[in-house]
Write a protein that binds this ligand. Structure first.
Ligand code: ASP
Length: 427
């Protein structure tokens, strides 16, 4: 019997995971079948994420350095670089603006009282994180001994070193052609390993979603219903309307074509809640299904996975206004402007791991004098909301790769080297 395509298997896996999770939820966590099922799902889900994390650092290192090195012409490199950053900043600004508008209109949290959550806040101590300290910490984390960064799995520091290495390869040209070739081959190998890992994706995704749904506390969702609805609504608006529109206007590619090609990565992001863990799948989808040049994808996607987070940015803004409503503070226009800016910084600074946005949100709250402890209220639902915002974070990186390729790269002006495309027809 011939199995359905991997793309379809992953979709079915997601549906199965949610269905089984609901069934387990109905049975209750005491049930023996549920205990056993959750244990097995825990093992399978962790294995899948561990494998993705295993390949993440070699992939980031190789794809960025090779990506930059292949953007040979200096002019071209400059354009790709600038277009990428402008795209990241603009799309995050749109996301935050939408979030703020919706939060001002719907006023989530205004009917609730913070005293209702006193218990949750009692045992919670937020780490103080003034903007200046956050900025210093962020800057300090950018440059690090590359071996230490690789070993620690510090994605941002690896990105920075790989960028510098890529530029050095461009400047050195012929002189370093062996290192260039070595990295190129290393990239091909990592992509081959990613392909193997993806065979486990259907099982991994079923397991992760099953766990998520089975243990979810539905009660808290309804208490915070309006807030959840605003966050989900704006995230969907951004993911289903704004980003596809930008894609269509710039590249004339249909959203349907995009979602078909991006599906594997989007579902992996949804199940893992981690842009970083999803990155190997993201690069694979962009290059092999959406046919972006690997040198552009190799640059935009890893950088995007660390700093471009539309979903997180809009979440931080809505959450700040929600907490303001909860404590009965009316934020002025200037204060909302501060929320706008800090939400962007906090989203950029959040690493692509589960609930990272929650931690950097302290920064946004403190910037306008809101009690940072209030994020304790959001913690119980964060894992659930993280699924969707991570999906949109990853989607933003994928749309970005297509947009940057269209705007910054003129056909044939780059090296026609395509190390990843040889796997195109292999499944
Ligand atoms: N989980 C998100 C991501 O990996 C970050 C966040 O917590 O918002 O993209």
């Amino acid at each position: 019997m011939k199995l359905p395509s991997l793309n379809l298997q992953i979709l079915l896996a997601a549906v199965l995971g949610v269905a089984m999770g609901l069934y387990f939820h109905a049975l209750g966590t005491e049930h023996q079948l549920v205990t056993l099922g959750l244990y097995a799902a825990g093992l399978a889900g962790t294995l899948f994420v561990d494998l993705l994390k295993m390949i993440l650092i070699p992939l980031v290192f190789c794809s960025i350095s090779v990506g930059i090195a292949n953007l040979r012409a200096h002019q071209q490199m400059h354009r790709v670089w600038v277009t990428t950053l402008v795209y990241f900043v603009l799309t995050m600004m749109i996301a935050i603006a939408l979030g703020l508008m919706a939060a001002n209109y719907f006023k989530p949290g205004s009917g609730l009282h913070i005293t209702m959550f006193a218990e949750a806040m009692q045992n919670f101590e937020a780490k103080q994180l003034p903007l200046s300290a956050f900025f210093a910490q962020f800057l300090h984390g950018l440059f690090m001994n590359p071996f230490q960064a690789l070993a620690k799995g510090d994605v941002l520091a690896v990105v920075m070193f790989a960028l510098i290495l890529g530029v050095a390869l461009v400047v050195g040209g012929e002189r370093f052609k062996h290192i260039h070739l070595l990295l190129q081959e290393a990239l091909e190998i990592t992509m081959l390993i990613v392909r193997w890992i993806m065979y486990l994706a259907p099982i991994g995704i079923t397991a992760l979603l099953l766990q998520l749904v089975a243990v979810q506390d539905i009660g808290i969702l309804s208490t915070l219903g309006k807030f959840v609805a605003v966050v989900v609504g704006v995230t969907l608006l951004h993911g289903l309307l704004v980003l596809p529109l930008i894609l269509y206007l710039v590249t004339k590619k249909s959203p349907w074509w995009f979602f078909q090609g991006a599906r594997e990565a989007l579902l992996t992001a949804f199940a893992t809640s981690s842009s970083a863990a999803t990155l190997p799948v993201t690069v694979r989808c962009i290059t092999q299904r959406l046919h972006v040049r690997p040198d552009v994808a190799g640059f935009v996607a890893p950088l995007g996975a660390t700093i471009n987070m539309d979903g997180t940015a809009l979440y931080e803004a809505i959450a700040a206004l929600f907490i303001a409503n909860l404590v009965g503070v009316e934020l002025s226009f200037v204060q909302q402007l501060i929320v706008f800016l800090t939400a962007m910084i906090a989203a950029m600074g959040a690493p692509g791991i589960p609930s990272a946005g929650m931690v950097t949100m302290v920064l946004v709250l403190q910037s306008v004098g809101l009690p940072a402890e209030a994020i304790a209220i959001l913690l119980p639902i964060d894992r659930l909301l993280d699924t969707l915002r991570t999906t949109v974070n990853v989607q933003g990186d994928m749309v970005g790769s297509l947009v940057v390729e269209k705007l910054a790269v003129t056909p044939n002006s780059l090296q026609a080297h395509n190390p990843v495309s040889q796997y195109d027809n292999e499944y």
